[in-house]
Design a protein around this ligand. Structure first.
Ligand code: ADP
Ligand code: MG
Length: 253
């Protein structure tokens, strides 16, 4: 079962993970209200569908040169216009297939001033029960493409849950991302927080793409994709409650 970006970020924030502030919205009015609760001067309106590649996606009902499913907005009025453009329309991305997915929910969030984009994901190796933390300096793009073109830019750090997350795991993550000084410290802390969230909620997959460094020197989770497997759901009704019935086939969970 997949959850939406906004739900994943709310979950991660409970474990101390730094995420930009934001609010989900089901209507244009709610999107405007959400924007008013944030400081600006840049807002980002993000389509909440169970698929990645939203930024470069295209809406079926809009002209071919219209913007995609992640839109920077410089005023509350621009947030309104972007929400109007997206809600109810069908977003086609490299992950949705040709049919696309209808956008019924938006996330209105603080715009970050991005200096660099990184990649971090976590997976369970079903055979060994170990957890792989996969990191790359090449964030914000399709990781399969990076794996194909520049595999040397991807590092995997393996964690045995019996041993737990150790300081050397955090240092390996920060080193692989080539972070120095305070950013290095933030990466060590973030890796442990993400690991804790992953274990405590029985995630099967967590993908942060991009993880960003802001111009004022903060590491922020800018996009988050989280999946749970069905075994975890039986143990965790609070996770099952996050299910979006408009998108999920009950047979899938
Ligand atoms: P997707 O992976 O589905 O395309 P992302 O959330 O990764 O969606 O957004 C795509 C790109 O848009 C990011 O790589 C980033 O450059 C930009 N972006 C996303 N959220 C923000 C934000 N809050 N502030 C600034 N830029 C953002
Ligand atoms: Mg992304």
């Amino acid at each position: 079962m997949n959850i939406h970006e906004y739900q994943a970020k709310e979950l991660l924030a409970k474990f101390g993970v730094a995420v930009p502030a934001g609010h989900a919205a089901l209507s244009v009015d709610e999107a405007v209200e959400a924007a008013k609760k944030l400081p600006g001067p840049i807002w980002v309106v993000k389509a909440q569908i169970h698929a990645g590649g939203r930024g470069k996606g295209k809406f079926k009902e809009l002209p071919a040169d219209a913007k995609g499913g992640v839109r920077l907005s410089k005023s509350v009025e621009e947030v309104r216009a972007n929400a109007q453009d997206m809600l109810g329309n069908t977003l086609v991305t490299i992950q949705t297939g040709e049919a696309g997915k209808q956008v019924n929910r938006l996330y209105v969030t603080d715009g970050a001033d991005i200096k660099s984009e990184y990649y971090l994901s976590m997976l369970v190796d079903r055979k060994t029960g170990r957890i792989a933390m996969i990191v790359s300096t090449e964030g914000g793009m399709d990781i399969e493409q990076v794996a194909h073109d520049t595999p040397e830019k991807i590092r995997t750090i393996v964690i045995d849950p019996a041993e737990g997350f150790q300081p050397h795991h955090g240092r390996a993550v920060a080193f692989a991302l080539k972070l120095k000084g305070d950013l290095n410290k933030q990466a060590v802390k973030l890796a442990e927080q993400l690991y804790n969230a992953f274990i405590a909620t029985d995630m099967s997959m967590l993908e942060v793409n991009p993880l960003v460094e802001t111009t004022d020197g903060k590491l922020l989770v800018l996009d988050a994709k989280v999946s749970f497997d069905s075994n975890a759901l039986y143990r965790r009704p609070e996770i099952l409650a996050l299910r979006d019935e408009t998108e999920e086939d009950p047979a899938e969970i």
